[in-house]
Ligand binder design. Structure first.
Ligand code: BGP
Length: 477
């Protein structure tokens, strides 16, 4: 399959997030973060949507982020394994509450800053470029209790302070940055995306778009600070991408597909083009939403747009206006997609659509005319360990192979893509389910859903496959 060689400087690698890998949730002076309040099990989804019972972990519940895979202590071993695969880049996130435990401390927490210094040094030692997300589903809990999180304007300046602190500290080490992970998640899982907890009588839509406005201004201020503090740095946005297909050619379906895409593009239109699009203004008006914007916000948004478009791609989405189709073809994802009869699904019901990856990349490029960075892609699956510790994850290789091939096609279509960091190169906690058994890694981690296991790292078959892909510049899939 494919002999296309990717550009020499293409950033091959993997991506993880602090809360899904680090563990050590209260070590080194770290404060509580929203993700530390997400138990595994059935309540998780409802909490992620904003029905938050309390702001302290409950004794009887199991919280996977509290230990995760103990990357906090084991990162040298893990990074050595990434280096063995030939990684050029590793995407990680900084836990805001490691740097500012309450989100509004007078001074930054030195132990937290030192941890990331060590982490970046370890990557650089192996020639691995750090790609750093400022907020990957991470808000200090104190800011939720005290201010209601991103619904409050106060968060804008607190986030700006945090961003400036880490830019200043890591300016000699980190060139690639990203502001908010999957910023559009705020509309689907508002507690996970923005720490929004709701109570009876709340105007949920208005709160969400007000919080979105605050994140968009905070993102632009972070872009401004990054450009001022680190000349030559690149800072991007991050979209949970995956284009919507109309279920039929009925114009009603086609129109709905366009609207659903815009629900997500809205964020990137502001971050990349620098202004609220007309369709968003109409949406606010039609729904009677009063979004408070300060004088000066429009200038901030216009003057500090992102350098590249980071995005995750797991699957395409499909939409229908026919109630019968909607009723019979629901799909288990948060984006409200109906099932697409042409496509297969993963063990977790996620649609698999490599061609959709090429379509999405082309659409993003057509729309924004900026470099793209694929910062997440992969297959969550249940791996079996054989009697001699071997893991034959051919299904994962197959998924990745087909996606990398389509990415090569997109490059040949003229789409500029600067890198590919597949999701969870080492098994980590699943964000949506809190499970450990939903694995994405090239490296297996011996830990189960209840938190048992020795945390031993084992190379899977895909480890050797990805190593070969990187060594051949994508030509040998
Ligand atoms: C994205 C998130 C990641 C992540 C990934 C896979 O939405 O940015 O944090 O985990 O999806 O999802 P999951 O872990 O639920 O399988």
């Amino acid at each position: 399959m494919s002999n296309f060689k990717f550009p020499e400087n293409f950033l091959w690698g993997g991506a993880i997030a602090a809360n899904q890998a680090e563990g050590a949730y209260l070590e080194g002076g770290k404060g509580l973060s929203i993700v530390d309040l997400l138990p595994s099990g059935e309540n998780r989804r409802s909490i992620m949507k904003g029905n938050v019972p309390g702001f302290k972990p409950q004794e009887e519940e199991f919280y996977p982020s509290h230990e995760a895979i103990d990357f906090y202590h084991r990162y040298p071993e893990d990074i050595a394994l990434f280096a063995e695969m030939g990684f050029k880049a590793l995407r990680v996130s900084i836990a805001w509450a490691r740097i500012f435990p309450s989100g509004e401390d007078a001074a930054a927490n030195e132990a937290g800053l030192q941890f990331y210094d060590n982490l970046f040094d370890e990557m650089l030692k192996h020639g691995i470029e750090p790609v750093v997300t400022l907020a990957h589903f991470d808000v200090p809990v104190n800011l939720i209790e005290k201010y209601g999180s991103w619904r409050n304007r106060k968060l804008v300046n607190l986030f700006e302070t945090y961003a400036k602190t880490v830019f200043t500290r890591y300016k000699g080490k980190v060139k690639y940055w990203m502001t908010f992970n999957e910023i559009n998640m705020l509309l689907h899982l508002p507690f996970l995306g923005a720490g929004l907890a709701f109570k009876e009588g709340d105007n949920v839509k208005e709160i969400q778009y007000q919080a979105a406005h605050h994140q968009l201004v905070a993102s632009a201020l972070a872009v401004k600070a990054c450009h001022e503090i680190i000349p030559g740095a690149m800072i991007g946005c991050m979209l949970a991408a995956g284009s919507f297909y109309p279920y039929t050619c009925n114009p009603e379906d086609v129109f709905q597909g366009m609207e659903k895409d815009r629900e997500s593009y809205f964020f990137i239109d502001v971050q990349s083009r620098g202004a609220y699009p007309g369709y968003a203004k109409r949406f606010f008006k039609d729904h009677g939403l009063n979004i408070v914007m300060e004088p000066g916000d429009a200038d901030i948004l216009r003057n500090h747009t992102v350098d590249y478009i980071g995005f995750s791609y797991y699957s395409s989405r499909t939409t229908s206006t026919d109630p019968e189709v909607v009723k019979n073809m629901t799909s288990g994802n948060v984006f409200g997609s109906v099932a697409n009869p042409y496509l297969e699904k993963s063990d977790w019901g996620w649609t698999i659509d490599p061609k959709g990856f090429r379509i999405t990349a082309n659409q993003l490029h057509d729309r924004y005319q900026k470099p793209l960075f694929v910062v997440e892609n992969g297959l969550g699956a249940n791996d079996e360990v054989g009697p001699n510790g071997e893991i034959h994850d051919d299904y994962r290789i197959d998924y990745l192979k087909r996606h990398v091939a389509e990415m090569g096609e997109a490059l040949q279509d003229g789409v500029e893509i600067i890198g590919y960091t597949s999701w969870g190169p080492i098994d980590i906690v699943s964000a949506s389910s809190g499970e450990m058994k939903k694995r994405y890694g090239y490296i297996y981690v011996d830990r189960d859903n209840a938190g048992h296991g020795e945390l031993k790292r084992i190379k899977k078959k895909s480890f050797h496959w990805y190593k070969k892909v990187i060594a051949s510049g994508g030509a040998d899939l």
